[in-house]
Design a protein around this ligand. Structure first.
Ligand SMILES: Cc1cc2nc3c(=O)[nH]c(=O)nc-3n(C[C@H](O)[C@H](O)[C@H](O)COP(=O)(O)OP(=O)(O)OC[C@H]3O[C@@H](n4cnc5c(N)ncnc54)[C@H](O)[C@@H]3O)c2cc1C
Length: 347
């Protein structure tokens, strides 16, 4: 919008910029992503050029493991696991059109593998049996014939050289920002002729008057281990087995640091995440992927669409599991649309 010479004011009710991509430094110098691990990836050259305007990115292609049967196994499930554990008997358990997440997962793998890698993880993440979740969720992972260790195969993958907080600061350079400012508590002071782009929870915007949408969030506990270089084989280890503790995954941030810090940082920081249903909107992280919430969202959306000078968007505003590249692409599309209809703007 500012590229198109529009006057923009950014408000955030949190004490920092950048929403859930915010990061910060641990006293050891190790960078922690405050709201969980954020791996930037895109296949789009233009979008990659856009983010590189605000920071250099160093190459980081996330590698994940799952702790299964007392071993670190590749996640997504690798060909070597299939050959070693299942052999020629590999056969998906479900045939036909999947009606929910469990069936969609079972259409990719035998039940035995599903129960070890997917079922417990999904129950921890969403707090309900996987049969109650949307089948679309299974599109977020694959099962591999090869041993490709990277989580994603996108053309561009990396992390901003000085962290996401610096990246966001560069992006907002020259744009006025007011932090600790809750728009919903002061909406009357912003005037009805300004275009409002609201990126908070859509149900909160309407004071929940049609009912509350469900969200999931994470509680994080950090542990500094001073005397070792690394504790885990990679930056993220999933913990699908309930018997091995309630946490869903453990992060070891040092794996994600730029190569120039190799051997320079003492100790390591481990973060364990436990997924919860948050009551405070500031703690909402994931929209809930089921039909009931999708219907409720649509009811709010129909109302939002009739309101002039208002655009409710983003991960919480559109109740969609956007990754960063998708959130940016969506924002660019909407911004271009607004600029094209410039009569809406009062500047
Ligand atoms: C645990 C986790 C891991 C993730 N990992 C990845 C990953 O690996 N790769 C990837 O690409 N994406 C990842 N994402 C997604 C990424 O965080 C989102 O794509 C991105 O944050 C979406 O940006 P947004 O602007 O839609 O919303 P948000 O980041 O949610 O920002 C919304 C902002 O609006 C503010 N706000 C809300 N209500 C109000 C109000 N009333 N007044 C003022 N301000 C308000 C909030 O404080 C917040 O700062 C992850 C997300 C989570 C939660």
């Amino acid at each position: 919008m500012t590229d198109a010479h529009r006057k923009v004011l950014v408000l955030d009710r949190r004490p920092h910029l950048g929403g859930n991509v915010h990061d910060h430094a641990h006293p050891s110098g190790i960078r922690i992503h405050t709201y969980g691990p954020h791996y930037f990836r895109t296949n789009d050259d233009e979008l990659w050029a856009f983010v590189n305007r605000f920071s250099r990115f160093y190459k980081y292609e996330a590698v994940l493991k799952s702790w299964v049967d007392g071993r670190y196994e590749n996640w997504p499930i690798a060909g070597s696991y299939i050959r070693r554990v299942i052999g020629d008997n590999w056969s998906p358990d479900f045939k036909g059109k999947p009606g929910n997440f469990e069936e969609a997962s079972l259409s990719m793998m035998p039940r035995e593998v599903y129960e070890k890698f997917v079922k417990g993880y999904s129950q921890k993440q969403w707090g309900v049996p996987p049969g109650k979740l949307s089948s679309n969720l299974a599109k977020r992972f694959d099962v591999r014939e090869d041993d490709e260790p990277r989580l994603m195969r996108h053309k561009h993958q990396g992390l901003p050289e000085n962290g996401y907080s610096d990246f966001m600061q560069q992006m907002l350079k020259g744009i006025p920002v007011i932090l600790n400012c809750d728009f919903l508590k002061q909406r009357s002071s912003f005037g009805s002729s300004n275009l409002i782009v609201y990126t908070g929870p859509i149900d909160e915007f309407f004071d929940y008057d049609l009912g509350k949408l469900k969200y999931r969030g994470q509680q994080r506990t950090h542990e500094y281990v001073p005397d070792i270089e690394f504790a885990l084989p990679c930056g993220q280890v999933n913990n699908p087995d309930h018997g091995n503790g309630p946490h869903i995954r453990t992060l070891e941030w040092k794996h994600m640091m730029p190569a120039k810090y190799a051997g320079q940082l003492r100790g390591t920081v481990l973060t364990r995440e436990i997924t919860v249903t948050p009551s405070e909107p500031n703690d909402y992280e994931y929209p809930f992927p089921d039909d009931e919430n999708a219907r409720l969202y649509q009811a709010y959306r129909m109302r939002a669409n009739t309101m002039p000078n208002l655009l409710i968007c983003g991960r919480l505003g559109e109740y969609r599991y956007y990754d960063m590249d998708q959130a940016i692409a969506r924002a660019q599309l909407l911004a271009n649309r607004i600029v094209a209809q410039s009569s809406l703007l009062c500047d």
